[in-house]
Design a protein around this ligand. Structure first.
Ligand SMILES: NC(=O)c1ccc[n+]([C@@H]2O[C@H](COP(=O)([O-])OP(=O)(O)OC[C@H]3O[C@@H](n4cnc5c(N)ncnc54)[C@H](OP(=O)(O)O)[C@@H]3O)[C@@H](O)[C@H]2O)c1
Length: 268
């Protein structure tokens, strides 16, 4: 797709990766609708962007029926005003690095709700208002391809998001709408507690900048790449885990002692 003059809706706009995507796409000439729960935060993000007057904000908790209704209203208004939405990027997400038996049912529900159910509902609500050609880009995670201790429900949600993206892309084949899936590895944002950052350092796991992820987002949109995994060796492990999961299990078992040093730690 051509980004200049396109109209792109972005959930999770106020997050570490979301802000970098917003900044990158605004510089490339897109008109953005920034979605999040805090009006003040979204307003100041909008003001910080290039061509700030051409962007809009939409306050919505996308895990609630009211939030999805707000997206629906927006979509209906877009049709009435003959404004076509060219792309939707689902970047809102959350996780808690904790063992399953330490998580409350509410935490588990929130992870599944925001990382899986919400993007599905956003896609369903917006499909009718998307231009054809149009693009949906769902932000997943390396953990959508590799089950990792301490991230059980997050891995489940992101794996679901990957399959959802693949099946919707196939369902819409021939309609002009593409559904893409991007799997970042660890990225330097507030999503990761200091315990997670320390663990990644100890394990020698690389961490990308949000700007690096935003670059990949722009390339994926422009080239309409179906799916992409950021980083090496994460990309390789994602593949190996599909065909030889035992190899990945042994590698992760060697990390178990370190993982248990950091899991369940409450952030300061
Ligand atoms: N950071 C990483 O290491 C990493 C690695 C792989 C994949 N990812 C994925 O990348 C995406 C972005 O992550 P990030 O690092 O930017 O996270 P982040 O900095 O924690 O930002 C999370 C975003 O989600 C939004 N959000 C949270 N709950 C919401 C709700 N109920 N309704 C609407 N929006 C809500 C937040 O907005 P408000 O709180 O302002 O509403 C915020 O914009 C996520 O899908 C994440 O799973 C991240």
């Amino acid at each position: 797709m051509k980004i200049e003059h396109s109209h792109i809706m972005l959930t999770g706009a106020s997050g570490g990766i979301g802000r970098a995507i917003a900044t990158q796409l605004a510089q490339a000439g897109a008109r953005l609708t920034l979605v999040g729960r805090s009006e003040d935060v979204l307003q100041s993000l909008k003001a910080s962007l290039e061509h700030s007057q051409q962007h809009q904000i939409l306050v919505a908790d996308i895990t609630s029926p009211l939030g999805i209704a707000a997206i629906n209203e927006y979509a209906k208004r877009a049709i009435v005003e003959r404004v076509r939405i060219n792309a939707v990027i689902n970047s809102a997400g959350c996780n808690e690095f904790a063992l399953l038996n330490s998580k409350s049912p509410q935490q588990i529900e929130q992870e599944i709700s925001l990382n899986l159910l919400a993007p599905i509902m956003v896609c369903q609500t917006l499909i009718g208002s998307l231009s054809q050609p149009g693009v949906i880009l769902n932000i997943g995670s390396t953990f959508g391809s590799i089950g990792y201790p301490g991230y059980t429900s997050y891995c489940a949600a992101k794996a679901g998001l990957h399959r959802f993206s693949e099946s919707l892309d196939r369902e819409l084949s021939g309609s002009g709408i593409r559904v893409l899936y991007l799997a970042p590895r660890a990225t330097d944002t507030a999503l990761n507690s200091s315990a997670v950052t320390q663990m990644n350092q100890k394990l020698g796991n690389a961490t990308d900048s949000p700007q690096c992820v935003a670059q990949h987002v722009q390339t994926m949109l422009e080239k309409e790449i179906s799916a992409k995994w950021i980083g090496w060796p994460e990309k390789l492990f994602a593949r190996v885990n599909q065909i030889l999961p035992g190899v990945v299990s042994s590698a992760i078992n060697k990390q178990k002692e370190t993982i248990h040093q950091y899991v369940n730690r409450i952030s300061p």
